[in-house]
Write a protein that binds this ligand. Structure first.
Ligand SMILES: [Zn+2]
Length: 196
């Protein structure tokens, strides 16, 4: 059998199992989001912004779920926002938690509401994000492309590429973005200079 035929069979086998890349994302209903789901995004995103939550890191499933709930509560109760500001969150346990989800606009990087924001739970100034988190992030981007939610020619940014007055994401995580596979295209600075 030719290699290409084997590939075709493998693709058909994968399709017939009904595998959905969204299966590895924990929906907001499951972690107990308070705000209702929204559906107002305009087009497939050309940019993905990486953030940190600026909270302690989480390791266990219980800790990570609490972190996500606390993050939502911080936005709603302390900042007075309607909902949290990022589309997905990634825990130190390697799980992805749906924030706003694929179809809602987000305020993570205010100038870019139709682009995706992904927050890594933690700060990452003193230590890097672990391998589980980085793998989950890559899976998430690939899932977005597969679902037509992220443009295949997208670019990745750290929040601080778009804003001078933030340390987000922490230095380690910011540098880790440069170490991803070349298919995850790293965008440059979106602001010219922060020395004003
Ligand atoms: Zn940020």
């Amino acid at each position: 059998m030719h290699f290409i035929q084997i590939l075709l069979l493998l693709a058909l086998a994968a399709a017939s199992t009904g595998y959905d890349c969204n299966d590895f994302i924990i929906p907001r209903e499951e972690w107990g989001a308070v705000a209702p789901r929204k559906d107002d995004i305009k087009s497939s995103a050309g940019r993905v912004f990486v953030h940190h939550t600026n909270t302690r890191e989480c390791i266990t499933d219980d800790e990570c779920m609490s972190s996500v709930k606390e993050f939502e509560a911080f936005h709603r109760e302390i900042l007075g926002d309607e909902d949290l500001d990022v589309h997905f969150l990634i825990g130190g346990n390697g799980l992805i938690y749906e924030g706003l989800g694929w179809d809602a606009q987000g305020l993570h990087t205010p100038e870019f509401p139709n682009d995706f924001g992904v927050a890594f739970i933690g700060t990452f100034n003193d230590s890097p994000a672990n391998e589980l988190m980085m793998n989950a992030f890559e899976d998430l981007i690939e899932c977005g492309i597969e679902n037509g939610k992220i443009d295949v020619f997208h670019s990745l940014y750290g929040h601080k590429d778009a804003r001078c007055s933030t340390m987000c994401p922490g230095a380690h995580l910011y540098n880790q973005l440069k170490q991803l596979k070349p298919s995850f295209h790293r965008g440059g600075k979106l602001i010219k200079s922060c020395d004003l």
